[in-house]
Design a protein around this ligand. Structure first.
Ligand code: 3PG
Length: 307
């Protein structure tokens, strides 16, 4: 019987697991759950006889692919797939997919949760600032950024975006002002929200020369990946610009340096929380399960990443 394993170091909400199980079992497949593991060796053991795998940010590297002797398809229930070794998967002719857009709203809401919380001094009783009338720059305009733009309108922010892969009129239709260069985006915006994937081109690309272009009262919001930040540049920005603040869903490697010198000017979620809502877990989990069923039953390869 085709075995579908859900392997999540950071578990889905139980309601999402229930729905995934129903889809898998209704298709006549076996469902298996492997959650909250801490050891890669245990993950490798769990995947040995799985035909299909659903993961979140779980690292599916060459070792895991090698251990997964029966694997035919792996679906990352989420958007970013920097955790999947696509080359290793392709070598074994394993189909790799993601579920774009399914958890976008959850991430977009966290952007505003962090911005409001910090603009109000983490609710410390002192006078804070408002988002109304502030400029917000979207560094890349994918599914999450689109939701951020929609919510930002409600806050009365002026929204700009830079994305060389998205036509200007797509942004304009959403009431977003397209800018031609990344430098322009950073120059114009008091808030910049990162929505780039982590890949060889983007890693370390958010550096001091870019950040230093931001106007007075600059806040960088990172719900993307910590790897896209040049941390030496981030530290320099904190040192040279007393107005600069950093809000991140990912604790940076330099967190202890920031804690010792720049208290009150940053906020980090203790664990990656962007997609941690029941709704996002249900949407992404159901999409992943349906994609697997559709692949086995109809050969459907929509959302395949390693074509
Ligand atoms: C994504 O890429 O979809 C988000 O970063 C969510 O990741 P998570 O499923 O590990 O929370």
């Amino acid at each position: 019987m085709t075995k579908v394993l859900v392997a999540t170091e950071k578990p889905f909400a139980s309601i999402a697991v229930k729905e995934i199980r129903q889809i898998i079992e209704h298709a006549g497949f076996e469902f298996a759950l492997f959650e909250k593991y801490t050891d890669k060796a245990d993950f490798a053991k769990a995947v040995t006889d799985a035909d299909a795998l659903i993961v979140r940010s779980d690292i599916v590297d060459a070792d895991i692919i090698q251990a997964a002797k029966s694997l035919k398809i792996v679906v990352r229930a989420g958007a970013g797939y920097d955790n999947l070794d696509l080359k290793a998967a392709s070598e074994r002719k394993i189909v790799a997919m993601n579920t774009p857009g399914q958890n976008s709203n959850a991430v977009a809401e966290l952007v505003f949760g962090m911005m409001v919380y910090h603009a109000r001094g983490c609710f410390n009783g002192k006078s804070g600032t408002e988002l109304l009338g502030k400029t917000l720059g979207l560094h890349a305009y994918g599914n999450v950024a689109k939701r951020v733009a929609a919510i930002a309108k409600g806050f009365g922010m002026k929204v700009y975006a830079f994305d060389p892969f998205v036509p200007s009129n797509t942004m304009e239709k959403d009431g977003v002002v397209p800018v031609n260069t990344l430098e322009d985006l950073y120059k114009k915006c008091q808030y910049v929200s990162l929505h780039i994937p982590a890949n060889e081109k983007t890693k370390g690309s958010v550096n001091f020369s870019l950040l230093s272009l931001m106007p007075e009262g600059a806040t960088l919001v990172n719900t993307a990946r910590k790897e896209v930040i040049n941390e030496a540049g981030l530290l320099k920005m904190f040192q040279e610009r007393k107005d600069f603040k950093y809000l991140s869903d990912i604790t940076p490697d330099c967190a202890s340096d920031l804690a010792s010198q720049f208290e009150g000017r940053y906020y980090f979620t203790p664990k990656k929380m962007g997609a941690q809502t029941a709704e996002a877990n249900i949407n992404a989990g159901i999409a992943a399960a349906n994609q697997i069923v559709s692949y086995f039953k109809k050969g459907d390869t929509t959302f395949q990443l390693n074509k």
